[in-house]
Design a binder for this molecule. Structure first.
Ligand SMILES: NC(=O)c1ccc[n+]([C@@H]2O[C@H](COP(=O)([O-])OP(=O)(O)OC[C@H]3O[C@@H](n4cnc5c(N)ncnc54)[C@H](OP(=O)(O)O)[C@@H]3O)[C@@H](O)[C@H]2O)c1
Length: 277
């Protein structure tokens, strides 16, 4: 299979309005370019408006809009959603791809920063928007294979004394467990929840790490893992009509690190209901 062949298997999306959070860099930016190729109407929710505008100008594509949104603040999430729904009362899909691996030690709304942005931000978004959505909508959450790592049940996720990666891993364990709960319990019958993972690819998500780790990591990841374009295909698969409520989509390669999308059963050990309080 080639990316070209995979893209040919994807339907035209010109009748789709797709909201994309985290489309200004890395995996989200690649995904955005594929959405443009497939003629979708895209609403970008972005924290850096100038950066988003420069991307849109570069794309030279008219069916795209930008709304200011910062997932590190509940008031900004609320403001972004209010602005979105005022202009677009119904959309087809919402892709929650924004994520950080951050060394910031300030709390985000009372939570360790990365756990705040990657989990509590996503959860706040869903709980605020879901009751307001009246038409059928798909919400796609970006997870990570690190959600499969070990976690001691007694870990206090709000203790704010984690090493940078451990905090990131916990944020992804939480967001996957939360999305699975929504898929299983289906509290919003008009919303289809889909969970994706991109595998591993080199992006600027490592920007906050110290420069040795960042450099070695970048070389290692770009040599042994897959391209950012391939890593964005699970998101593309998720917006197609092939993905439905409860779909869990990961790369098909060994340990789901790389490869074209495949549908999988959510692993039992990741259910971790104790994380969702
Ligand atoms: N790279 C990997 O190997 C890998 C593996 C597993 C999972 N993931 C997940 O894939 C997603 C994308 O990661 P990436 O590797 O593409 O990273 P990236 O290049 O750093 O992109 C992250 C995106 O999230 C946005 N973002 C970050 N904080 C935000 C905030 N507070 N409010 C709004 N937007 C915010 C960024 O906006 P700016 O452009 O303004 O910075 C950017 O668009 C993340 O959820 C990550 O956890 C990545």
């Amino acid at each position: 299979m080639s990316i070209k062949k995979y893209l040919a298997s994807i339907e035209d999306l010109s009748n789709q309005k797709i909201v994309l959070v985290g489309g200004t860099s890395g995996i989200g930016l690649s995904f955005l370019k594929f959405l443009v190729k497939k003629n979708a109407y895209v609403i970008l929710l972005a924290r850096n408006i100038k950066k988003a505008e420069a991307i849109v100008e570069d794309l030279n594509y008219k069916n795209i809009d930008i709304i200011e949104y910062d997932q590190s603040s509940y008031s900004s999430i609320k403001k972004g959603i209010d602005a979105l729904l005022e202009k677009y009362p119904s959309v087809d899909s919402i892709v929650l791809n924004a994520g950080v691996i951050s060394r910031i030690k300030d709390l985000m709304e009372g939570h360790p920063y990365s756990i705040g942005v990657n989990y509590y931000g996503v959860r706040y978004f869903i709980e605020y928007i879901a009751p307001k959505l009246t038409s059928r909508t798909k919400i796609i959450v970006q997870g990570s294979l690190v959600a499969g790592f070990h976690l001691n049940k007694k870990t206090d996720i709000n203790s704010n004394n984690f090493k940078t990666f451990k905090e990131y891993n916990i944020s992804k364990m939480c967001v996957e467990a939360y999305t699975y709960k929504l898929m299983k319990e289906n509290p919003y019958p008009n919303i289809d929840f889909v969970l994706t993972e991109p595998g591993i690819t080199s992006t600027s998500i490592t920007r906050d790490l110290d420069s040795f780790l960042k450099h070695v990591g970048k070389v290692f990841v770009s040599t042994f893992f897959h391209s950012v374009n391939k890593a964005s295909l699970t998101l593309l698969e998720a917006v197609t009509s092939r993905a439905s409520h409860g779909s869990y989509i990961v790369p098909r390669g060994l340990f789901t690190i790389s490869g074209y999308p495949k549908y999988k059963k959510f692993p039992k050990k990741r259910i971790r209901e104790f994380l969702i309080k």
